[in-house]
Design a protein around this ligand. Structure first.
Ligand code: E4P
Length: 219
């Protein structure tokens, strides 16, 4: 399973990359706004800065919502760096744009996915990644993980090449359950990745080992 970090914050991206387990980055307009990034030039420079930190797979989202605009913007984003994956919303023109980028060999991430029907459409169009938002489904009392399971089953039935990128991941159990189901990728905040480190018995055991070592190695 690949780990993507879901942020536009450069320090957090660096910290996750330094851990040695990071496979990519996802951003969205809200995450870019949170970092105070605005204006075409600054947005481009920020995506470039992210690409300079990681090895590959940086999702950059289009703002346009009609076909021509998405194509123009997506091409500009793809030009920033070979590591860019063009993120396209799950709407009618978005499906057409995904199909277009697929034929051009440009990778896409279909975002704002909340149903199995949408997942089928995106795979048929040739999306590289599909982003079902599990946390936002949980927020409104639908089971986000159940959707990941359903999509995984459907994609297996037809050998769809689209990779399931579980998004809107809020905590470590989301990530672990996604791994059990077989999601190809999970994108999450840094605290979810580092949260996997935590176990009180690890801390207790290490403290004991160090104490025992110190007892017989007094200077
Ligand atoms: C990632 O691609 C999504 O934009 C992101 O995971 C959404 O997460 P949120 O529901 O926590 O905003």
């Amino acid at each position: 399973m690949k780990f993507f970090i879901d942020t536009a914050n450069l320090d957090e991206i660096r910290e996750a990359y330094d851990l040695g387990v990071l496979d990519g980055v996802t951003t969205n307009p809200s995450l870019m706004a949170k970092e105070g990034i605005s204006g075409d030039e600054n947005v481009t420079a920020h995506y470039k800065a992210i690409c300079d930190i990681v090895d590959d797979k940086v999702s950059a989202e289009v703002i346009a919502t009609e076909f021509e605009g998405m194509i123009k913007e997506g091409k500009e984003l793809a030009k920033i760096d070979d590591k860019i994956v063009v993120k396209i919303p799950m709407i009618k023109d978005g499906i057409k744009a995904i199909k277009y980028f697929h034929s051009e060999g440009i990778r896409t991430n279909c975002t704002l996915v909340f149903s199995a029907g949408q997942a089928i459409l995106a795979a048929k169009a040739g999306a590289t990644y599909l982003s079902p938002f599990i946390g936002r489904l949980d927020d409104i009392s639908f089971d986000g993980l159940e959707l990941i399971e359903q999509i995984a089953h459907i994609y297996q039935n037809y050998d769809f090449e689209t990779q399931i990128l579980a998004a809107s991941v809020r905590h470590t159990m989301h990530l672990i359950k996604c791994a059990e189901i077989g999601a190809d990728v999970v994108t999450c905040p840094l605290k979810v990745i580092t949260g996997l480190l935590n176990h009180p018995l690890t801390d207790k055991g290490l403290a004991q080992f160090l104490a025992d070592h110190a007892k017989v190695n007094k200077k």
